[in-house]
Design a protein around this ligand. Structure first.
Ligand SMILES: Cc1ncc(COP(=O)(O)O)c(C=O)c1O
Length: 342
């Protein structure tokens, strides 16, 4: 067994990035597709969002938009909120996170534990909680002197963080030899940052944006989505005009099946969007023979134990029983369960 050197970091923020790229030899049914997973759950805040959270705050400090007296205000109940809570605590900055009743209690608890103040919006605005949260952010920005909104959905430092980190690390690890890159989308910061790096470096890697059914990105039809972090209910400014080589859409159930299959085959717990990314690759696997593919997996399954990994939640939300999930996990790409053939 090869021993890895112990790496020291100057601070917890310096431990962001350099996440492992793990080869998945069992997830697909074909051994002639070389598949790697960039496991972003290894970031200290537990997700890919640590990277843009750090970059947005540090860039604003460097450019003089933030000082010790600034209050940071953001609307996020998920990974970005946790990433910002970590960075703000480190720099001793006050952070107010605006959340709504759909926020996962565990995420809110983590933000609080890292010192963030939680501002709960209780009433939707014309039926829309996102609109209500954004209205509250504007109200807080107006009433709190010297406040600052990083706004991950329009901040160019969001894709930049992935350009400088996520994709550079992948590209260097594989010596530029990568045919396909699969990335889940919401703000599109991760996917566009990765694509821009690849184009700048003359790579002909095809970038596949994996979006949710029910997301409005890429001309999608709005609909109910239950997997947090994947897709968008309204068009983010960063996403306007973005195009990728392919767009694949996944259902909530695809995400569940991908997470369960990943745990079953590879002994890795990944979050909902990662399950969707993996299932989109499995659906395409017959077209990927002989190719090297990379999946960016945004977060860990440990934050989805009450949802994606909970049979009762899956049944109540998606009307799929435990047995049906098992069949789907083991089905071949054309939808046949191996047991059917026996
Ligand atoms: C779990 C998860 N997956 C995917 C994404 C999409 O990343 P991006 O906003 O960079 O498009 C996010 C963003 O919040 C996320 O939290």
């Amino acid at each position: 067994m090869a021993l890895r050197p112990v790496i020291t970091a100057d601070s917890i923020l310096d431990a962001i990035g350099s996440t492992p790229l793990v080869q998945l030899r069992r997830y697909l049914d074909r051994s002639d597709v070389k598949l790697y997973a960039k496991i972003e759950a290894f970031n200290p805040g537990g997700s890919a969002k640590d990277r843009p959270a750090r970059r947005m705050i540090e860039e604003a400090i460097e450019s003089g938009h933030i000082d010790q007296n600034t209050t940071i205000i953001e609307s996020s109940s998920g990974n970005m909120g946790i990433g910002l809570a970590q960075v703000c605590r480190y720099y001793g900055l006050r952070l107010i996170c605006v959340v709504d009743p759909n926020a996962q209690p565990q995420n809110v608890a983590i933000m609080r534990a890292l010192g963030a103040e939680i501002d709960l919006v209780t009433e939707p605005m014309q039926g829309d909680f996102l609109a209500a949260r954004l209205a509250r952010v504007c109200e807080l920005l107006e009433t709190i002197d010297g406040s600052y909104w990083p706004n991950q959905y329009s901040n160019r430092q969001n894709p930049k963080a992935h350009q400088l980190g996520t994709i550079r690390e992948i590209d260097e690890a594989l010596w530029g030899q990568m045919d396909y890159l699969f990335v889940a989308t919401s703000s599109t910061g991760t996917a566009s940052g990765c694509r821009d790096y690849l184009r700048k470096h003359g790579r002909d890697t095809e970038v596949v944006a994996v979006d949710a059914e029910g997301s409005v990105l890429f001309g999608g039809v709005p609909g109910r989505r239950r997997i947090p972090g994947l897709g968008a209910g309204r068009m983010p400014r960063l996403a306007r005009g973005q195009s990728f080589d392919h767009v694949e859409r996944v259902s909530d159930l695809d995400c569940v099946v991908g997470c369960r299959r990943m745990a079953d085959r590879e002994a890795i717990l990944v979050g909902g969007s990662a399950g969707g990314v993996l299932e989109s690759i499995r659906a395409m696997q017959d077209d990927l023979a002989g190719k090297t593919c990379v999946a960016v997996l945004h977060d860990s399954g440990t934050r989805y134990l009450d949802t994606v990994f909970n049979d009762q939640w899956v049944f109540e939300s998606l009307r799929c029983t435990r047995d049906e999930i098992h069949q789907r996990i083991n089905a071949t790409v054309d939808g046949h369960c191996p047991a059917d053939a026996a």
